[in-house]
Design a protein around this ligand. Structure first.
Ligand code: SAM
Ligand code: SF4
Length: 325
């Protein structure tokens, strides 16, 4: 079992399969970003070996992310092999642009569910935020994912001042007629877009206020396990739920059970801290499987707590797309 020095049990791994993306969301990566060479990224067998080590150390929940994970060649095989390791909950975060074509293959391979990023229901604003995306494609992706059973469907909205802070009302309205969970995420400062993120933050309290102004007070949904960063709420009578992920204004470190594997094979201990442990280097240099497990166990122990955003300090050694959010 993986534990850290604060007694947290770390059983949730997020794997960034690729740093490249077909979008260039304003809060995630600069327009002219340079992606890593393929040889510097984990190869399929390296991903599978490292994942197995995590699973043997007690990880039972895995999320595939990126960059855009659907750009990774051989994704169905990775999904199948990871699910067959006995992972209880295997999910993927995607921009949804390619889901309409591939959702069924991924569901058949063993993917349990998807989170889809959706920042606006206005095609022009969607384009402005993603710089390259098409709302129609992502929307079709959401519908197909639901049809093939990649459920419960969760939609991720990053709220960005000057881009989509008013759109949260229409996005929340989706839950009246769909059994989806729409989650509003506070902008996190990281990498080269870090200052933009700090300046464009919309606190969750403001987003919730805007939604309640339209729909009235939200109800708390019973049965919250305290582990998910987003406590579920409901517009009275709605089919779906709403969540607010307030990583900046109300960090949820006490309930954090996450570890992250970057696309280039580093174990990232916390999104908002630079601290990482190289796993791919030792693996390529001949470390044994047991040695890799020992490196993971020792690094997990030092998982940090808290962030220093009040002092405007944020990690700069990585872009969000290399870590996976
Ligand atoms: N490309 C996929 C997608 O967009 O869903 C997966 C990778 S993306 C990095 C994972 C999640 O991180 C998305 O929901 C995205 O909106 C979120 N994200 C990216 N940059 C962020 C930031 N600066 N603050 C908060 N969330 C961010
Ligand atoms: Fe691509 Fe996702 Fe980052 Fe947008 S948030 S640029 S879709 S990796």
């Amino acid at each position: 079992m993986l534990r850290d020095k604060f007694g947290r049990y770390l059983h949730y791994l997020r794997i960034s399969l690729i740093d490249a993306c077909n979008f260039r969301c304003v809060y995630c990566m600069p327009e002219n970003i340079k992606f890593k060479a393929k040889a510097d990224l984990m190869q399929d067998d390296e991903i599978l070996l490292l994942t197995r080590a995590f699973v043997e150390l007690g990880v039972d929940k895995i999320r595939l992310t990126g960059g855009e994970p659907m750009l990774r060649a051989g994704l169905p095989r990775l999904v199948r092999e990871i699910k067959n390791m006995g992972v209880r909950d295997l999910s993927m975060t995607t921009n949804g642009s390619m889901l309409a074509q591939h959702a069924r293959t991924l569901a058949d391979a063993g993917l349990d569910r998807v989170n889809i990023s959706l920042d606006s229901l206005d095609p022009a604003k969607f384009r402005r935020i993603t710089r390259r995306g098409s709302l129609a494609d992502t929307w079709q992706g959401i519908l197909t994912a639901e049809e093939v059973g990649l459920t419960p469907i969760k939609l991720n909205t990053v709220v960005v001042r000057g881009y989509n802070e008013e759109d949260v009302v229409d996005l929340a309205r989706l839950t009246l007629t769909h059994p989806w969970e729409v989650r509003f995420i506070e902008l996190m400062p990281l990498g080269s877009e870090g200052m933009f993120a700090l300046e464009s933050l919309v606190p969750s309290g403001e987003t919730r206020g805007r939604i309640e102004q339209e729909f009235g007070p939200l109800e708390e949904v019973p049965g919250y396990n305290g582990e998910d960063p987003s406590r579920p709420f409901r517009i009275p009578g709605a089919m779906g739920t709403l969540g607010f992920i307030s990583s900046v204004t109300a960090p949820f470190c006490a309930g954090c059970t996450r570890l992250r594997l970057t696309a280039d094979g580093r174990l990232r201990l916390c999104l908002l801290h630079d601290d990482e442990e190289d796993l791919l280097g030792p693996l390529r240099n001949g470390a044994s499987y047991d040695e890799i497990k020992k490196i993971i166990r020792e690094a997990a122990w030092r998982k940090p707590w808290g962030h220093q955003l009040d002092e405007k300090k944020f990690p700069t050694n990585r872009e969000m797309s290399q870590i996976g959010g």
